[in-house]
Design a protein around this ligand. Structure first.
Ligand SMILES: [Cu+2]
Length: 147
C-alpha cells in the first residue's frame, strides 16, 4: 500500500516537471508579418532552462544555426526547411542565424534565464555584423531586449 502511494507520488511529480518545460515556436520566414523579409519571428525570445523551441521554416531555404552559445552549451544546426525542436539546457544568451541568409540579416537571439555571457557575446557580434549587408540593425534591436 505504501509502495503504491510512493509510486503514484513519483508519477505525479514527473508529470509536473515535464509540464513545467514549455515549448516555444520561432518562425523562420521569407516574408514576415509586418512586411520584413528574411526574418525570425520572434527575433528575440526569452525562455527558461529546459524549455524547447520549435523552429518552423516557411519554406525549404531556411534553418537555424547557432553562432554564439554560452560556454558549456551544445551548438545546434537544424536541417534546411524542416520543422525541428531544440532543447535549451544551459543558461545564457544564444545568437543564431539562418545559414544561407546571414548576409541578409536573418538572425535571432534566445535568452535562457540569466544573460551570463552577454559581454562576450556582444564582443563576438561586432565581427559577425561586418559580414551582414541588410537588416544590420536587428542585432541591436534584439540584443537591447536582453534583460
Ligand atoms: Cu533563411
Amino acid at each position: 500500500m505504501l509502495l503504491k502511494k510512493t509510486l503514484i507520488m513519483m508519477i505525479l511529480f514527473s508529470m509536473t516537471s515535464a509540464a513545467l518545460a514549455a515549448e516555444h515556436t520561432v518562425k523562420l520566414l521569407t516574408t514576415g508579418s509586418n512586411g520584413q523579409t528574411m526574418v525570425m519571428e520572434p527575433g528575440f525570445i526569452k525562455i527558461s532552462k529546459g524549455d524547447t523551441i520549435k523552429f518552423v521554416p516557411s519554406d525549404p531555404s531556411h534553418n537555424a544555426e547557432s553562432m554564439i552559445t554560452p560556454s558549456g552549451a551544445s551548438p545546434f544546426t537544424t536541417p534546411m526547411g524542416k520543422e525541428t525542436t531544440v532543447a535549451f539546457n544551459t543558461h545564457g544568451v544564444y545568437l543564431y542565424k539562418c545559414s544561407p541568409h546571414l548576409a541578409l540579416g536573418m538572425i535571432g537571439v534566445v535568452q535562457v534565464d540569466d544573460a551570463v555571457n552577454i559581454t562576450e557575446l556582444k564582443a563576438g557580434v561586432e565581427k559577425i555584423k561586418a559580414t551582414v549587408f541588410m537588416n544590420k540593425q536587428r542585432f541591436d534591436e534584439y540584443l537591447s531586449q536582453v534583460k
